[in-house]
Structure formats: structure tokens, C-alpha cells
Design a protein around this ligand. Structure first.
Ligand code: AHM
Ligand code: MG
Length: 334
């Protein structure tokens, strides 16, 4: 029966993406090649993250040249840049770790632009809490030499987006624009296997997720919304608060259980904290693809057109009905 078939008929991420491509006869297989290089980067980071706690110990025992270990986020960035360039399918890379965008040399140049945060949630690395990689993929504009304009496109132009969470298991969540699928790394096979087909976020949730330590600086709609979560006036029960402080983990829980994740504007950071290209856009893309919404406080997040590669924006994303409530509070402000 079904469960039995599942165990012997493994839907790997590669097989899944190749299947999806057969729906696009014009595709040349470039996307699956690109994705396999991203997956390789994630497997590397997963293995490095798993060893991180022991690395100090092993480092001490095996120390030969006194060379300090590279920080995990720096190491992860190097791995992704090299994997992406060597795929021969990329053109421009934007990483949270690098001030400037990387323009791939003509001999290795392809049609895709990749924006990514190689290891997000840096404050959680040293204590072993879940962290993740976030990425988004654009197609370079057809004409002329590649330029920053090719990546300064609204999020709705992304072809694909996803994240990999290094948690109690290693989970890869991907959308290529027709729904969202989740894969779990089987460490004994070294393969990501489809475990969460066609993820849909609950229409309404029971959880809100925000750094409440910033409450004194919030704008009125954010403050009102969080007040409503705690003291609902319509007879509904109050929401639970869950906040890890790792965007990938907080968004992953929101996607599976429903509710909202917010990183609003505040008086100290009028644009919030999170970065448009490689944090806000990929997560907003996934939310919409799963039936949820993503809003900046002004507009649909995916309509935003960034002016520089490390720009920030406030973000409210999650269950459709919950984000609808937040939008109403902002509309009432105007
Ligand atoms: P980082 O890129 O320095 O890791 O910061 C991004 C992280 C997100 O993962 C998370 O959502 C947010 O910062 C938490 O911020 P705060 O500690 O202000 O609540
Ligand atoms: Mg980050």
C-alpha cells in the first residue's frame, strides 16, 4: 500500500524538480543544475553546523598550525559562492555576507541571478539553536551586459525561492512558482526526500511571532495588533507567542502551524531589520505560494522594488486572515 510504496519509491528533490520541468518543454535543464549546486551548499553547511559544537574540541586536539577556525557564516558564504559560480548557470550573486554583488566571469556565466543569506540567525549559532540558509532566484534581463538592475527587481519576478533549516533535522523548503514543497535530508542517503508535499498554510493561526523587546518603539498598528493577539475583544481566544529569533525557524513554524511572523518598523529602525532581497522576498514568495500573505505595512511585499541590494523593509507574513487583520489596522491609520 501507500506507505510501503513511499519507502521504496523515493521522491528526491532532484527527481521532483526534473518532474516539474517536464511541464516546461522549453527548459534546458539549467534550473535543475543550478538547484543541485544550491543543495550541495546546504548539505555542506548542514554537516558543518552539526559539527560546530565539537569543532572547538576537535580543533584543540588536532591543532597543528594554530590557524583559527573560520567562522561558520564566513565558511558557508565561501561554499555557496563557489558552488554557484562553478554551476556555470549564474550571472550575478548577492550575499548578505558581501558588501558588493559578485559578477560571474563571462566564461562561467549563465542566466540566473541568486540572492541569498548563507547562514541566517547568527546570534543562534553558538548555542545550537536552529539556523538556516535563505535564497531567491531571478532570471537575468535579456538585453546587454549584466548589471545590478538585474537583481533590483520586485520579488514577484522571482522564479523560485526557498530555505534550508538546520534544525533537529535538515529541512529544505522550495517553491518554483507552483506551490511549496518540503524535503528532509536523509543523512544515510545524503538525499533530500519529499516529506511535506504541497504545503498550505492554515487560513488563520493561533500563534504570533515577534521580538516584543522592541515594543516601546513600535508604530501604532503593530502595537494594536499585538494587543489584539493578547487581549482579543471579539470573544476569540488569545494567541500564543513563539519567537526563536532565527527567521528560517520562525517562518518554518508559521508555514506549518499558521499564524504570523512580524519584524515591524520601529522608531530606532524605521525600515525594520530584515533585508528585502534575501530575507523578505524569498519568505514572502513562499508564503504566497502556500496560500498566505506578506505585507510591508504599506504594500504587498512582493511588489516592492529595492533600490539597493542590502535594503531593509518591515515585514508581516503568515496566515491569510491574520495578515488581513494587520492590513486593516494599517489602512485605518491613513
Ligand atoms: P542576522 O542576519 O544577523 O542573523 O539577523 C537576522 C535575524 C533573523 O534570522 C531574525 O528573524 C532576526 O534577525 C531576529 O532579530 P532580533 O534579534 O532583533 O529579534
Ligand atoms: Mg540574515
Amino acid at each position: 500500500h501507500a506507505a510501503e510504496a513511499h519507502r521504496t519509491d523515493l521522491m528526491t528533490i532532484t527527481r521532483h524538480v526534473l518532474n516539474e520541468q517536464t511541464k516546461h518543454p522549453e527548459s534546458r535543464g539549467d534550473f535543475s543544475i543550478l538547484l543541485s549546486h544550491i543543495v550541495l551548499g546546504c548539505k555542506f553547511v548542514c554537516s558543518a553546523v552539526n559539527k560546530a559544537g565539537l569543532a572547538k574540541l576537535i580543533g584543540l586536539a588536532g591543532e597543528t598550525n594554530g590557524e583559527e577556525q573560520k567562522k561558520l557564516d564566513v565558511l558557508s558564504n565561501e561554499v555557496f559562492i563557489k558552488a554557484l559560480v562553478s554551476s556555470g548557470r549564474t550571472c550575478i550573486l548577492v550575499s548578505e555576507e558581501d558588501e558588493e554583488a559578485t559578477f560571474v566571469v563571462p566564461s562561467l556565466r549563465g542566466r540566473y541571478c541568486v540572492v541569498f543569506d548563507p547562514l541566517d540567525g547568527s546570534s543562534n549559532i553558538d548555542c545550537g539553536v536552529s539556523i538556516g540558509t535563505i535564497f531567491g532566484i531571478y532570471m537575468v534581463k535579456e538585453h546587454g551586459e549584466p548589471s545590478l538592475d538585474d537583481v533590483l527587481q520586485p520579488g514577484k519576478n522571482m522564479l523560485a525561492a526557498g530555505y534550508c533549516m538546520y534544525g533537529s533535522s535538515c529541512t529544505f523548503v522550495l517553491s518554483t512558482g507552483s506551490g511549496v514543497n518540503g524535503f528532509t535530508l536523509d543523512p544515510s542517503l545524503g538525499e533530500f526526500i519529499l516529506t511535506h508535499p504541497d504545503i498550505k498554510i492554515p487560513k488563520k493561526g493561533k500563534i504570533y511571532s515577534v521580538n516584543e523587546g522592541n515594543a516601546k518603539n513600535w508604530d501604532a498598528p503593530t502595537a494594536k495588533y499585538v494587543e489584539k493577539c493578547k487581549f482579543p475583544q471579539d470573544g476569540s481566544s488569545s494567541k500564543s507567542l513563539r519567537y526563536i529569533g532565527s527567521m528560517v525557524a520562525d517562518v518554518h513554524r508559521t508555514l506549518l502551524y499558521g499564524g504570523v511572523f512580524l519584524y515591524p518598523a520601529d522608531k530606532k529602525s524605521p525600515n525594520g531589520k530584515l533585508r528585502v532581497l534575501y530575507e523578505v522576498f524569498p519568505m514572502s514568495f513562499l508564503m504566497e505560494q502556500a496560500g498566505g500573505q506578506a505585507f510591508t505595512g504599506k504594500e504587498r511585499a512582493l511588489d516592492l522594488v529595492p533600490k539597493n541590494i542590502h535594503e531593509r523593509s518591515p515585514i508581516f507574513l503568515g496566515s491569510y486572515d491574520d495578515v488581513e487583520e494587520i492590513k486593516a489596522l494599517y489602512a485605518a491609520e491613513e
